[in-house]
Design a protein around this ligand. Structure first.
Ligand code: ATP
Length: 298
């Protein structure tokens, strides 16, 4: 095999419960992820030397993506090579359909796709749990990129267990030409909670039930993001599109992860189209559905 292409999805957080900051600076999370149909494709080729190129599709601007050794995809390939004792450099090409620095875990999707692409290219006999452990070393959201669907994330988000989901949910995804740094959003969370006892986070039973019932209306009532106030504090201009989405009859509106991407839950695809038309003045609007599968060889 000289070339393998793998597709991996964006994630959204249906619930993002953030606990008190740990001594190592991380926050314990109780999150419910859903993989949605915005995807990144990674092609790994046997190359003479390590190399990385990147393009975007569906209007994704990739000018902010580092092409050096700090790129999460390249780090993923090098980590797998060193742990598996492989000495065959790869040339990676990322074709990103996930907006960058939007709270949609685009870099993590690239890393998850790269792990699977390289494991396939190198014909490694590696257990899913071992690949997931490597993914967790690379970043909190990377293991979920391998699994996809709807899932609970604990620890830093890297300990992933699937949640039974009987539904299909249509989302309007509103992105902006600015990003929010995830560390900055957590720092703002800490500032907003200084001097208060932050409770240990839990995934609400009502959310698990809503997914088991496959009900968008039930899900709308329980969507929650503890980073929402922090992100709104950093970017107050997000308040207007969020309320415009609700005025346009979205079932719910919330910030995705650390933002700035805003998510609007619709009844179905037609309803999503209607909500989307009311949001085009605020940023770039895409329609996506979830849950979708995790990293998949094409
Ligand atoms: P986070 O995982 O921090 O929540 P995010 O989902 O908001 O991030 P990403 O698209 O993953 O956003 O990008 C975050 C930052 O990671 C970028 O600004 C970039 O500097 C860096 N980065 C490293 N590797 C990649 C990659 N393969 N694709 C995009 N960004 C990358």
């Amino acid at each position: 095999m000289a070339e393998v292409t793998v597709q991996a999805p964006a994630k959204i957080n249906l619930h993002l419960g953030v606990g008190p900051v740990r001594p190592d600076g991380f926050h314990p999370l109780a999150t419910a992820y859903q993989a949605i149909s915005l995807t990144s494709r990674v092609t790994a080729r046997d190359g003479g030397d390590w190399a990385l190129t990147c393009t975007g599709h569906d209007g994704v601007d990739v000018s902010g993506v580092p092409l050096d050794d700090t790129n999460l995809a390249l780090r993923a390939a090098r980590l797998l090579a060193s742990r598996a004792g492989v000495e065959r450099p790869v040339a990676l090409h990322l074709d990103k359909g996930i907006p960058v620095a939007g709270g949609l875990a685009g870099g993590s999707a690239d890393a998850a796709a790269t792990l699977l692409a390289c494991a396939t290219l190198w014909e490694l006999d590696i257990a899913a749990a071992d690949l997931a452990a490597l993914a967790g070393e690379l970043g909190s959201d990377v293991p979920f990129g391998l699994v996809g669907g709807s899932a609970a994330g604990h620890g830093r988000g890297e300990l992933v267990t699937p949640i039974h989901d009987a539904g299909r949910y249509d989302w309007v995804v509103l992105t902006f030409d600015f990003g929010v740094s995830t560390p900055a959003a957590y720092a703002e969370f800490d500032r907003l909670h200084a001097g208060t006892a932050v409770p240990v986070p839990e995934i609400p039973a009502a959310l698990v039930e809503a997914l088991a019932n496959g009900s968008a209306r039930e899900l709308a009532d329980v969507l929650a993001n503890d980073l929402h106030p922090a992100t709104l504090q950093l970017r107050p201009e997000l308040a207007e599109p969020l309320s415009a989405g609700l005025d346009a009859s979205a079932l719910a509106a919330l910030v995705s992860g650390s933002g700035p991407t805003c998510l609007f839950l619709a009844e179905d695809r037609d309803h999503a189209d209607k909500v989307a038309t009311q949001l085009t003045t605020y940023g770039r609007v895409r329609i996506a559905h979830g849950p979708v599968t995790g990293a998949t060889v094409l």
